[in-house]
Design a protein around this ligand. Structure first.
Ligand SMILES: *Cc1c(COP(=O)(O)O)cnc(C)c1O
Length: 465
């Protein structure tokens, strides 16, 4: 393909994108595809000769598109959102085109310097203290793994990387039972082990850690010969939005000199609205590491996870490695690949710059406030349905409910709703019971889209009964 053709197809794809978004409400939100159906339509072997772009794009329409679940659909209420506001898509087009590998300052100074400034813009936007720095990662899972490795190294006097973990007593990490599975996996691969991830029951209206129970667990572990290494708190857990009371958790961490990481992958975006900080963010300034995903609720094209660090030194002492070919000379500069596990890095700061400038903080705040308000309104409407039960009250824009009937009935309702295609919901579990989650956070969703959940749930539940 020459660059003239590239420009022609590029315009075609930009037009396709606009039309896709204009007509998105007409498509079923979740792909209505059976397993294997797409693969069966693809040739088993690669073509020996070149094919026309026209043909390839036609197959994209015919074969691929029917197998897509539409995360940008305004009636996507499943999981958490993975948004892509249009300015952030445009920034990604530029990044895709230059395809720079931004591992060191000198491999694209603008990428590094813009990243530093975007981290600081977001630090201010989220009400975090001056002096906190950070790094952009691909996912919250990677940021959490970086933090868990840092906990491990810090607790072993930075000897784990060199000597391995053999012969070192078991380390312990503490969290609530509401954490995301990425915390479990970080503990697996960091050599901590699942059995040494101590999960305390989430209690109270927000299903948070009880700080006294946390302190007792740590003291009992020390008495039993374990080495506590860190605490992982959450603001906005995946299931029902569970949120720890940060200040008391931090106090326990300080008393035992433990490293702290906060997983705010979803709810972090909402902290650009100052009115939510009192409830969810008090004490946040003391955390050593905080992760939030601007690609979830804020609107930055997937993927984009920001890890804030109170002091980057412990993480750099854990992850920095400098083989000869990566050594750079000259003035002191930031090489962000030293802060993370992968060496190669995409230029993710550009989409944040485009996004924040194109809407301003007020434009982004307005969306989040609307989503929280509409989720509350929908929750009240579902509560009023005969026999329906709200199983978790709205935490920001997430709540859950049950229809009349047992666990099987809940799953049947979710499956029937998603086969219908007008809206998309997912199930969860709370206290051993199946629940149906609703989150509001898609960038283009309207109040009318959100309130559509009510008649769809009613209608499908009646048909099922
Ligand atoms: C989405 C989510 C994660 C995982 O995020 P990835 O970026 O997909 O790794 C972790 N924790 C919470 C609370 C989440 O909502």
């Amino acid at each position: 393909m020459d660059w003239t053709e590239f420009a022609q197809w590029g315009r075609h794809i930009a037009d396709w994108g606009a039309e896709y978004h204009r007509t998105l409400r007409d498509r079923p939100v979740r792909a209505q595809t059976r397993p294997g159906e797409i693969a069966a339509r693809l040739p088993a072997s690669p073509p020996a000769g070149p094919e026309e772009m026209q043909t390839i794009l036609q197959d994209f329409e015919d074969i691929v598109m029917p197998g897509m679940t539409h995360w940008q659909h305004p009636r996507f209420f499943a999981y958490f959102p993975a948004n892509a506001a249009p300015p952030s898509i445009l920034a990604e087009q530029l990044v895709n085109t230059m395809a720079a590998q931004c591992m060191l300052w000198q491999t694209s100074p603008a990428a590094t310097e813009l990243e530093g400034v975007m981290i600081d813009w977001l630090r201010q936007a989220l009400g975090l203290p001056q002096g906190m720095t950070g790094v952009i990662q691909d996912s919250a899972s990677s940021a959490t793994l970086s933090a868990v490795l840092t906990m491990r190294e810090r607790a072993t006097g930075y000897t784990g990387n060199r000597e391995g973990l053999s012969g070192k007593g078991p380390l312990r990490i503490y969290c609530s039972d509401q954490v995301h599975s990425s915390i479990d996996r970080a503990c697996w691969v960091a050599g901590i082990g699942q059995d040494n991830l101590v999960k305390l029951p989430g209690t109270g209206p927000r299903h948070g850690i009880d700080a006294d129970a946390l302190a007792r667990a740590i003291e009992a572990d020390i008495a039993a010969g374990f080495t506590p290494a860190g605490i992982i708190a959450i603001t906005g857990g995946t299931g029902i939005g569970a949120s720890d009371d940060l200040a008391p958790v931090l106090q326990v961490a300080r008393a035992h000199d433990l490293y702290t990481h906060l997983d705010a992958a979803w709810a972090g975006s909402a902290m650009i609205c100052a009115e939510f900080r009192d409830d969810f963010w008090r004490g946040v300034e003391g955390f050593d590491s905080i992760v939030f995903n601007p690609h979830k609720w804020l609107g930055a094209q997937f993927d984009c996870a920001v890890q804030f660090l109170r002091d980057p030194t412990p993480q750099l002492n854990t992850l920095k490695i400098e083989p000869e070919y990566l050594k750079t000379t000259g003035a002191a500069v930031t090489n962000y690949s030293e802060w993370t596990i992968p060496l190669g890095r995409r230029f993710r700061a550009l989409k944040l710059w485009f996004l924040i400038r194109a809407y301003g903080l007020e434009g982004l705040q307005g969306r989040i406030r609307d989503h929280v308000a509409w989720a509350g309104e929908l929750c009240e409407a579902i509560r009023a349905l005969d026999g329906f039960e709200i199983t978790s009250e709205p935490i920001l824009s997430l709540f859950s409910f049950r229809c009349p009937g047992d666990d099987v009935a809940q799953q049947r309702l979710v499956d029937a709703i998603n086969a219908d295609g007008r809206i998309y919901l997912t199930q969860g579990a709370l206290g051993g019971r199946r629940i149906i989650r609703v989150q509001v956070g898609q960038f283009d969703t309207t109040r009318a889209d959100v309130m559509t959940v009510l008649p769809v749930v009613q209608e499908i539940w009646k048909d099922m009964a």
